[in-house]
Design a protein around this ligand. Sequence first.
Ligand code: PMP
Length: 424
Amino acid sequence: ALTETTPSTTASWELISRAHRVMPGGLLGSYAMPSAVETVISHGDGSRIFDVDGKSYIDYILGSGPMIVGHCHPRVVAALAKQASRGTQFYTLSDTAIEFAERLVDSIPCAEHVKLTSSGAESTFYAMRVSRAATGRDKILKFKGAYHGHHDYAMTGSGMSTAGTPSAIDQTLLTATYNDIEGTVATIEANASELAAVIVEPIQRSTPPRPGFLEALREVTTRHGIVLIFDEMVTGFRVHLEGGQGLYGITPDLATYGKAIGGGLALAALAGRADLMDHLSPRRQDKSGYVYMSGTLNGNPLAAAAGIATLDVLQEPGAFTRLEDISQRLRTGLERVLGDAGVTAQVLGQGAMAAVLLAEGDPHDPLTAAASDPALRAKLDAEMIGRGILVNLPAKFYVSTAHNENDIDETLTAFAESIASATK
Ligand code: PMP
């Protein structure tokens, strides 16, 4: 049974009702757990998190991606403790922030220079602003259904509706269909003189790029002097140590990072070609091209310390290969369980993530992901969480270096039971 305890008597439900009294919808952001299994987390350890009622979960949400080395990794905890004792915020340059910036430049193919921010949305916002400054053009092309953060310039065309964005902003955005090579190239060609940038996730949500798609974007943007931005928030350090750029061998002009680079602290980055990034320098000669950027916590040393320690763990020889192997064990197992149950499905994913599509069809077609049975996914989500596996099935499974074979096997057993229960 999903809920053996009466919800109103648990510590979680007491806290949830307090949350409703002080937060709209009783939520931090837009994510809500299925209400039958909604719970409040107390702490995490490795691949697991624990709710305030003492129930343990194998965690595949991983803080929406950042906890790629698991919760409370000893090296991250030690780095945080050390930095906390040295000071947590200076605003001025710090040795920690410089070291972290160097690590990103050394690790990211397109990164000649980087700027640190506190959230992914800020990074995509600045990527767009820099592109406009560098090209003298206003428009940005993005792909339908792509999410690049919550700001006005990124929400239009995202397929997620929000009230409150100025209608004039719609005119700064063009949209195309991910993986539609001809249609996208034609739209870019037809609007080239007005286009500052094309922003794309190398893997859009769970949809992988069709062979030739990223290559075509690279070619047409180069030909027209349009900035190609890869949003590597999810793919960075997760689908490959060099992100989507490394996995597909395409180097964008700018790239945005967040999630995994910060080890769970508020840390994100904009990286790219030095001549473009130079627009962010208040010391640049051409003052007319100067792009203002600020943020009290930019390069926050506590966050940078967590970032360095996280990259230390991930870049240790063999660590990423092991992470990929564990994730592959999950993908193969999910496929087997779905096949045994006779459910129409396909399992996608690269590196340290997996996605379950409950639909047939070409995985490169974004309509396939869109068709993935929402009712069944929601049911499975609740069944899994009820069995102590924290997933967001409508999104994806994130895997960490802390997950081991036992975690995966336990997950697959719960998945088989969940399917049996959700489809009966
Ligand atoms: N781009 C992508 C691809 C994302 O997945 C996200 C976050 N889910 C963002 C941008 C925004 O990042 P943040 O939530 O840190 O602002």
